[in-house]
Design a protein around this ligand. Structure first.
Ligand SMILES: [Zn+2]
Lengths: 97, 97
């Protein structure tokens, strides 16, 4: 029975470690998405110049930046959704050990 | 007495109008200051490129932007303090009418 208990402990340890990694990634994704939203707001109202560095920013370039950032944000949101599913699954596993 | 009352009413109206103007300006100053703080945070961690438009941003230019924005932020904070004093004074006047 000792052997079985130590096996369960190892599994629990692995699951907790995995959970911490997924939590870290979730935090980073949320941070990225929130930052991207803020930049998109700023870019959408900018006219002629970058509101941060003041350099010229014509509409064509500005729209290019908005498209790229929106795409990256969508990809991050998909990834975030997947990681949250993974987190739920791991939490479930931990609760069943 | 009618004449006196109408005079007080006019004064009350003027003070309320003044208060609304000061409140509007206070809101704009707070918005400006909060926006400036956020830009200063972004500029302070930027390295080599503008985090918003991606254009090259050498340290010299970046520090220049930070200095100018800090200065504008300080001026806005002084102005905000003054407008808040004005608001208190007007509120006082209104309460004494
Ligand atoms: Zn820029």
């Amino acid at each position: 029975i000792d052997w079985l208990l130590s096996k369960l402990e190892e599994q629990l340890e692995r699951s907790r470690k995995k959970r911490d990694e997924v939590l870290k990634e979730i935090n980073m994704l949320e941070q990225f998405i929130s930052d991207a939203s803020d930049k998109l707001d700023r870019l959408s109202v900018a006219r002629g110049a970058c509101p941060l560095c003041g350099r010229p920013l014509d509409d064509e370039h500005r729209v290019e930046l908005i498209k790229r950032l929106s795409r990256e944000k969508k990809e991050a949101e998909k990834r975030l959704e997947a990681r949250r599913d993974t987190l739920r699954r791991i939490e479930q596993e931990i609760s069943e050990l």
